[in-house]
Write a protein that binds this ligand. Structure first.
Ligand code: FES
Length: 246
């Protein structure tokens, strides 16, 4: 079953869900197309979307080494208006039963849809309530115990907390499922490429609900257009003028 059909079918079930450095050589898509892939995170349950190379807004490739540990960038994938996070964690992200872990030599680079699985809060240009937090976030876990953890994705809309070291598993709050994971390949030159999406995504519902505003915000006529061979990654603090922290 196609994931979009799955989402439509189960829409009722989930109806309540509501710069990094600028170094490196310039991208050559011709060379890239033939570049060997050094590592990848696509799994059997990954829905493949067209490959898209991550680049900074000056055109330089986003490589594992160019990402500062503890940093986050926002990029569009698989649609031009669906935001995702790419994170360089300070520790490795080991694979889980449902997720294949991080990429890079130390498995520290991960990517997820930035659309909260609760009510689809997401990074917008003026403001973002969902953010990667390098510093400690305080929350109450499922057993009601107070926790303080660094490197969490925190959605301050209704205080859901996701753990990006564990496939964006939900640690706290009303989010019913993890964030959709974005599968990454790493070329032999170290460049990151988005290649697919796994988990329960919100893309169709998101585009239906926010399409009008997204068209204006991204300056596009077709909010469902797929990203092309390249997608621009912007440091999260610059992507959204205001980041809400809780
Ligand atoms: S939208 Fe409600 S917690 Fe994220």
């Amino acid at each position: 079953m196609h994931r979009r059909d799955f989402n439509r079918l189960f829409g009722g079930v989930f109806g309540g869900l509501g710069g990094a450095s600028m170094r490196g050589t310039h991208l050559c898509s011709g060379l890239l197309a033939g570049a060997a892939v050094a590592s990848k995170t696509a799994t059997a349950n990954t829905e493949p979307f067209p490959k898209s190379a991550l680049v900074y807004d000056n055109g330089d490739p986003v490589t594992v080494d160019s990402l500062v540990p503890g940093s986050s960038c926002v990029f569009s994938y698989p649609f031009v208006t669906t935001p995702c996070f790419v994170l360089r964690l300070k520790s490795s992200a080991q694979k889980t039963e449902q997720w294949s872990g991080g990429v890079g030599d130390d498995q520290s680079v991960v990517a997820f849809s930035a659309i909260c699985s609760h009510k689809m809060s997401h990074p917008a240009k003026p403001i973002s309530h969902i953010n990667f937090r390098e510093d400690a976030v305080t929350f109450y876990d499922k057993e009601g115990k107070k926790q303080e953890r660094e490197q969490m994705i925190s959605c301050c809309s209704e205080r859901s907390v996701y753990d990006p070291t564990q496939g964006a598993a939900v640690l706290s709050g009303p989010a019913p499922v993890p964030l959709a994971a974005i599968a990454l390949d790493v070329t032999d030159t170290g460049q990151l490429m988005a290649v697919g999406s796994s988990g329960i995504d919100q893309y169709e519902r998101f585009l239906e609900k926010f399409g009008f505003r997204l068209a204006m915000e991204y300056g596009v006529t077709d909010v469902r257009a797929r990203v092309g061979e390249q997608t621009v990654a912007t440091i999260a603090q610059r992507f959204s003028s205001q980041q809400i922290r809780c």
